[in-house]
Design a protein around this ligand. Structure first.
Ligand code: RIB
Length: 353
């Protein structure tokens, strides 16, 4: 295995010069650079990246800490980050917090002990406080998707979740639905409240209210959507449409309706949020609010690498908010006039302000 000394001898320069060429740590005459690079190619020399990194206090490693990459929404973001990381010579360590702030904090300690160069975080909660150790360690961090309530000096790549909820509500109102239910996201997440706020705003513009009994709790899992749908059928006679705060819950809701002998969308329309690959593969295919997962990943890893490479310089904290859009597929249609979900009551009674 050729060493840096072999390269220096072949190029007839010092080992220090070879090191400066490899690490860009000092100007080297271009003719000398050419000789060194030729020697590296001829000898097949491969620099020891860990040793090089340690000299530059880098390990070329990025931590990616997210709730659950078995959810395709997170999986697509993680994949986008890993793809960019690979092209930029960074290894990515993926960790699942399972929505546990304790597990999240434990992973932070582990990742810091591995000398990561930076961290991309989709948090389990709303506060950065449990992760203060990242700031204390001076490790660059980018928060994605789940906005943090604290005014923390980290870059954030977020989504306009209020607009997402608004688009879902506006679409159902435009179809003519008046007996509408909502399966909420986990209430500890600010994005759940933002989606509900936007949804209520769209209904409010049509002179409609969304009463509390038409809102059931959810957990972003299939079973949470299935159970939430069953509760809405009990609570809301004449229900004709449901907005689920993510696609996995929308899929669970659809299974409950079909088990109850109700047709989607003829009896009850369903709209989700995320646009996971399953949404388009279902029959009927799921109408949803599409989140830009690939762009979320690309933007976050680009911001992080820029901050890693500019270490020591002061870069302003960046906050990027990406748009969402409505994807109309097959799971929504206008309500049947007169009757609706076989709860027996007319859907004429709309929610009015
Ligand atoms: O499906 C998972 C949900 O949690 C998505 O809507 C995304 O916003 C994430 O925070």
């Amino acid at each position: 295995m050729p060493t840096i000394r072999d390269v220096a001898a072949h190029a007839q320069v010092s080992v220090a010069t070879v090191s400066h060429v490899l690490n860009g740590t000092r100007f080297v005459d271009p003719r000398t650079v050419a000789r060194v690079r030729h020697a590296i190619k001829v000898l097949g020399y491969r620099p020891n990246s860990l040793a090089r990194g340690l000299r530059r206090n880098e390990t070329s490693t990025i931590g990616m800490l997210l709730p659950d990459n078995s959810n395709p929404f997170f999986g697509e973001i993680a994949r986008s980050i890993e793809d960019i990381g690979f092209t930029e010579d960074y290894n990515v360590i993926l960790c699942n917090s399972d929505g546990s702030e304790a597990k999240e904090a434990a992973y932070v300690d582990t990742l810091l002990s591995k000398q990561i160069d930076g961290l991309i975080l989709i948090s389990s909660g709303n506060s950065f406080a449990p992760l203060q150790s990242i700031l204390d360690a001076g490790v660059p961090c980018v928060v994605v998707d789940r906005e943090l309530s604290d005014d923390v000096p980290v870059d954030q790549v977020l989504i306009d979740n209020r607009q997402g909820g608004y688009l879902a509500g506006q679409y159902l109102v435009q179809l003519g639905h008046r007996r509408i239910g909502y399966i909420a996201g986990p209430n500890q997440l600010s994005l759940s409240a933002q989606r509900l706020t936007g949804f209520r705003a769209a209904l409010g513009e049509a002179g409609m209210a969304l009463p509390d009994e038409a809102i059931v709790p959810g957990d972003f899992f299939y079973t949470g959507g299935a159970d939430g749908m069953a509760e809405l059928l009990r609570r809301v006679p004449g229900l004709t449409a449901v907005f689920a705060a993510n696609d996995r819950m929308a899929v669970g809701a659809m299974s409950t309706l079909q088990r109850a002998g109700l047709r989607v969308p003829q009896d009850v329309s369903i709209i989700g949020y995320d646009d996971i690959p399953l949404a388009s593969a279902l029959y009927p295919s799921l109408t949803t609010i599409a989140q830009p997962t690939v762009e979320m990943g690309r933007t976050s890893v680009s911001l992080l690498i820029e901050r890693i490479k500019s270490r020591g310089e002061t870069l302003p904290v960046r906050r990027v908010t990406l748009p969402v859009h409505l994807l109309v597929r097959e799971s929504c249609c206008p309500p049947r006039t007169g009757s609706s979900a076989k709860s027996g009551k007319s859907s004429k009674a709309a929610y009015t302000q």
